[in-house]
Every structure is written in structure tokens, then in C-alpha cells.
Design a protein around this ligand. Structure first.
Ligand SMILES: *Cc1c(COP(=O)(O)O)cnc(C)c1O
Length: 404
């Protein structure tokens, strides 16, 4: 079933050389590569059905609208949303979180509390800080332990009837920690708080079930799950999406407009002002279908194998320390080697064809917690191999020799 050669052949970009060496792409946490079916979907859209959606009576416009709405239905089915109008197309995770944070402006009061975690990406921190500035609400943070796991006893102490929103990621992009979100969601609901899950780093590795999770919002980006950049999803429970005001005004999101008063369109269009990224939305549907033909169970077990192999191999390098050693982890390996700057390691192994991310990974508070400027991060996808991990190990040993 899981044929790695076949899978790699699906990704045209992977077969290239970089700096005269075969490419080893380990920066999947930043963005994933795209399979040919996704590239073909974009090409097909522009060569066969390009037209603006929801507007025209003409045939092409209807075809484009059908394809776009079909993608919405694919997403709905994939995340098990109750209704397709609970699936809002956005520009990505950042856009989705900002839409929700803005929508809450009129529902928060001074001294209300918003609870996030010390593991969050900047895009799940800053919009809430801005909301606090607008409303006088207070931002509270669930701390982490040395393994990079949330300290749940502290969460239980901090959550209260003052907590209006809890916003945490499903999987940490910097450390790979898989958070116990079901527990957090249930606990938050006992106190009447709404819960937003940042699923950006989860959707490439697992299939979320939003009804089972019972989260109020679940946001993610297409580009980390084999779809193009510039498209993402904001899932929201109907009751919340009805309640929150729209984030942006413009075309597509209105029912009637006069200079005295505008009434908003029904869901999902209320949150979809302006012409969207039509081809990317359609291609997101294609990407989800592609991932499902491989199967998330197969993806998870293959990636677990890669993570275990890489963890063992990397720890054989003297002076290498893994940052993020949670019990529940996705295929993300953040590490440092002695006191060598991550940037220097990244630059040298790039010369050997290996792409990793270096720096703070948009999670400066995590780096502060571990008292380091950043890490080298190798994040694996289902199209990576153990041979590539071996190449990383060789490259890291060389880099270490050159830099120490
Ligand atoms: C990538 C990422 C984001 C931001 O996603 P964008 O596509 O840049 O909007 C937010 N949270 C996490 C956990 C991420 O990995």
C-alpha cells in the first residue's frame, strides 16, 4: 500500500539537485511540497474553467463555482464538520485566527481573560494581544515543562469563569508536541469558554474530527498539507459564526447594501469578502483527496518510524541536544549542537543539499524558555526517507567539525 518510491514520484520538485547534491527537503513544518495532482488541478482550473465565482450566470462561472463549492464539501467531510457552511475559506491560519479574534471584540470586557499557551506560534499570540488592547481583557499563558509539554495542573488553576477564550495549537511547530486538546476543550467548556485550535501543524499528520473534539474553531493553512499557499480554512461552529461579526467588508459578503445600512450574507459568505483564491481552494480539495488516498493511518505510522529513526541517529552526534522531548510528538525534530549557532549549521548543510529551518520558528517565547537563540529544525513528511536522515547525520557531523 505505502509505496515510498511511488509517493516520491508524485512530487516533481523532490527529484532535483540543490547545490550539486540531491535535495533533502526537511522543512515541511514551514511548508510542504506539492504533488503533481495538485499542480494539475491549478493548471486545469486556468486552462478550462477560470471565471469569477458566485457571480455569473454564465457556464464558466458556474463551473468554477461548482468546483470551489465541491472543495468546501471535501473539507467539510474531511474534518467532519456538521454543515458545509461552517467551513470558511481564508488566506491561511493567520487570517483565520485574526478573523476570530476580531469577531470577539464586542463580546469581551475589561478583565475578561484569554488563555493561550507557551507553545504558540506568533500568529496565535499577537492577534489575542491586539484583542486585549482593544478590550482591556487579560492574556494568560499555560506554561510548559522541560520536555515542551503543557503543564495541565497549571491550566486547571488558571481556567475560570473569567476565561472567555482558550486558544492553543494542536501540534507545536517548533517542538512537535501533540497537545491534549480534547482534555483542554472539555475543561474550557465547563467554564463556558470558547476554544480555538490552531491546527496548522496537525493537518499534515492527522485527520481532525471537529465534532468529536467539540472545538468551537479549528484553523489551518493549505500550504502545509500539500495545497498551495494563500488558502486556509476557518472551521467554526454555526452558533459562533452566526454570532461573530464579519472580519472584512466588501463584495460577496453582503445581502443588501444601501448607504444607510448593509445586511450581511448568510454563512459561509459573510466571512468571505472579495474574490477568493479560487484555484488554491479547488487545489486544497485535491490535496486532501490525495492525502486520503495515501491514508492518514499509513502516514502516521510511517512518520513515527522516521521520527524514531532520526531521534536515535541524531543523538549519536556528540553535543547534540534535542529541544522538545514530549511523550506525544509529531515528526518534528528541533535541536542544537554544542553552542554552535543554528544559522551556521543550516547554512553549511544547505551547501550539501539539505533544507532545514533555523531560528526561532515564530515561537520566540519557547526559545526564551529554553534560553537559546533558536534551533535547527528538521520536520519530516511522509515523502521523506531514512536514507535522507542518514544524509542529514553525515552533513551535521561535517558541519560540527567545521564549526567547532
Ligand atoms: C505555520 C503555522 C502558523 C501560521 O500559518 P500561516 O500559513 O503562516 O498563516 C500558525 N500556527 C502554527 C502552529 C503553524 O505551524
Amino acid at each position: 500500500m505505502f509505496d515510498i518510491d511511488q509517493i516520491r514520484a508524485d512530487f516533481p520538485l523532490l527529484s532535483q539537485q540543490v547545490n550539486g547534491k540531491p535535495l533533502v527537503y526537511f522543512d515541511n513544518g514551514a511548508t510542504s511540497q506539492k504533488p503533481k495532482v495538485v499542480l494539475d488541478a491549478i493548471q486545469k482550473y486556468y486552462t478550462e474553467i477560470n471565471a469569477n465565482i458566485h457571480r455569473g450566470v454564465h457556464t464558466l462561472s458556474q463551473k468554477a463555482t461548482d468546483a470551489y463549492e465541491n472543495a468546501r464539501n471535501i473539507v467539510q467531510k474531511h474534518i467532519n464538520a456538521k454543515h458545509n457552511y461552517e467551513v470558511i475559506f481564508t488566506a491561511g491560519t493567520t487570517h483565520g485566527i485574526n478573523a476570530v479574534a476580531n469577531g470577539f471584540t464586542k463580546y469581551l470586557q475589561k478583565d475578561d481573560e484569554i488563555l493561550i499557551s507557551a507553545l504558540e506560534h506568533h500568529s496565535n499570540i499577537v492577534p489575542w494581544q491586539m484583542l486585549c488592547e482593544r478590550t482591556g481583557a487579560l492574556l494568560k499563558v499555560i506554561p510548559i515543562n522541560e520536555n515542551g509539554e503543557l503543564i495541565l495542573s497549571d491550566f486547571e488553576k488558571q481556567i475560570s469563569n473569567k476565561t472567555k477564550i482558550v486558544a492553543v495549537n494542536h501540534i507545536s511547530n517548533a517542538l512537535g508536541t501533540i497537545n491534549p486538546i480534547k482534555y483542554i476543550i472539555d475543561k474550557a467548556h465547563q467554564f463556558g469558554a470558547a476554544v480555538l485550535i490552531d491546527g496548522a501543524q496537525a493537518v499534515p499528520h492527522l485527520k481532525p474530527d471537529v465534532q468529536e473534539l467539540d472545538c468551537d474553531f479549528y484553523v489551518f493553512s493549505g500550504h502545509k498539507m500539500c495545497a498551495p499557499t494563500g488558502v486556509g480554512i476557518l472551521y467554526g461552529k454555526e452558533e459562533w459564526l452566526q454570532k461573530l461579526p464579519p472580519y472584512q467588508g466588501g463584495g460577496e459578503m453582503i445581502a443588501t447594501v444601501t448607504f444607510n445600512k448593509t445586511t450581511y450574507a448568510d454563512l459561509p459568505h459573510k466571512f468571505e469578502a472579495g474574490t477568493p483564491n479560487i484555484e488554491a481552494g479547488i487545489a486544497l480539495g485535491t490535496a486532501i483527496e490525495y492525502l486520503n488516498t495515501i491514508g492518514f493511518d499509513a502516514i502516521a505510522s510511517y512518520e513515527k518510524d522516521l521520527l524514531e529513526y532520526a531521534t536515535t541517529k541524531l543523538l549519536e552526534i556528540e553535543g547534540l541536544k534535542i529541544i522538545g522531548t514530549a511523550q506525544q510528538k509529531a515528526s518534528v525534530l528541533s535541536f542544537i549542537i554544542d553552542a554552535i549557532h543554528p544559522y551556521d549549521i543550516g547554512t553549511i548543510i544547505d551547501k550539501m543539499g539539505i533544507a532545514v529551518r533555523t531560528g526561532h520558528h515564530c515561537t520566540q517565547p519557547i526559545m526564551d524558555f529554553f534560553n537559546i537563540p533558536g534551533t535547527v529544525r528538521a520536520s519530516f513528511a511522509f515523502y521523506n526517507t531514512k536514507e535522507e536522515i542518514d544524509m542529514l547525520v553525515v552533513a551535521l557531523k561535517k558541519a560540527k567539525m567545521m564549526l567547532s
